[in-house]
Structures are given as C-alpha cells and as structure tokens.
Design a protein around this ligand. Structure first.
Ligand code: ADP
Length: 160
C-alpha cells in the first residue's frame, strides 16, 4: 500500500516492542511517520533529541520511515500533515481500554482519522519503556528489551 501512516508515542526510550510495530507497519504501508510526543506537562527521561536519535539508529535499515516530533493534539498534527491512519501496538487487555478511548476521541476530533492496531509480538507483550528505565537505572540487564545498536547508549544514559 502506498499510504502514509503515523506511529505515535513517547519512545522514552525506544524498545524492541516499538521497533517490532514500526518494522511491521513499514512492510504494510508506503511510508511510516514515527512521531515522538513532546509533552510539556511531563518531563521525559530522554530528551526529545535523544529519543529521535535513538529511534533513527534503531530504525536504520528501514528506508520508508520518517522520524519527527510533535506537540499538542495528534489529531490536529495528522490533519496538518494530511495523514489519515494511526498505527498502534496493542500489548494486552490493559492497553485496550485506553487505546479504544483514544481512537474514538481522535476520530471525534478528526473524522477522517482511522486507528489500526497491530497485536504485539508474543516476546514483547510485557515490555514498556518504563520497565526499561526502571531495570536499566538499577543496573539490570536490558539487552533483551532494547535494540542491540542502541543498547549501550541507553544503559550509559540510565546509569548517569
Ligand atoms: P510505552 O508504554 O512503552 O511508554 P509509548 O507511549 O512510547 O509506550 O508507545 C508508543 C506505541 O507503541 C503505542 O502504540 C504502544 O501501544 C506501542 N507499544 C509500546 N510498547 C509496545 C510493545 N512492547 N509491543 C508492541 N507495541 C508497543
């Protein structure tokens, strides 16, 4: 499909779960815009620039990916960029309620906008950025949780 889709998230930092969704979306669609949320009310562990750089490195082999940052409402950002499809990963039932509400809210704000869910890979259904931050900052092994090419950088940063 030649369609452009958007994969939004905090990516604080990127995990193998994120990379799995981005990779699968890149095979299904013409272009994938990976959009890093800049949330002024929350202080992320990794700066916007760091999150973008880590994503860039992790997604190196994928040539139909664009990594951007955005502030404010995703529905408005999509309208502004002419993107009509959001692709999200769904890990467990616990993700469902929030994601379902967000999908409906986004559609109310921008009726052209569809949300598609990809089921998380069985190896990463348990995985979240917050888990990576917690384990990594306490010196635990995160090599099974983050892309190998950015592992050392994430570890160094979390141990600071
Ligand atoms: P996190 O919960 O890890 O902080 P983000 O807000 O950065 O996640 O998530 C961005 C997108 O990636 C969301 O659609 C989320 O459902 C998806 N995602 C996050 N972790 C995983 C995972 N382990 N497997 C599949 N999708 C995931």
């Amino acid at each position: 499909m030649s369609q452009t889709v958007i994969c939004p998230g905090s990516f604080d930092p990127v995990t193998l779960g994120h990379l799995d969704i981005i990779t699968r979306a890149s095979r299904m669609f013409g272009k994938v815009v990976v959009a890093v949320l800049v949330n002024s009310s929350k202080t992320p562990t990794f700066s916007t620039e760091e999150r973008i750089e880590l994503l860039r490195e992790a997604a190196q082999g994928l040539d139909n990916i664009e990594i951007v940052s955005f502030e404010g409402l995703l529905a408005e950002y999509c309208k502004k960029c002419g993107i009509g499809t959001i692709v999200k990963g769904l890990r467990a039932v616990s993700d469902f309620e929030y994601e379902f509400q967000m999908a409906i809210a986004n559609k109310k704000l921008n009726p052209e906008l569809e949300t598609i869910f990809l089921t998380a890979d069985s190896d990463s259904t348990f995985l979240s950025s917050s888990m990576v931050r917690e384990i990594g900052s306490m010196g635990g092994d995160i090599s099974n949780f983050v892309p190998a090419c950015v592992h050392d950088r994430i570890v160094r940063r979390l141990r600071k």
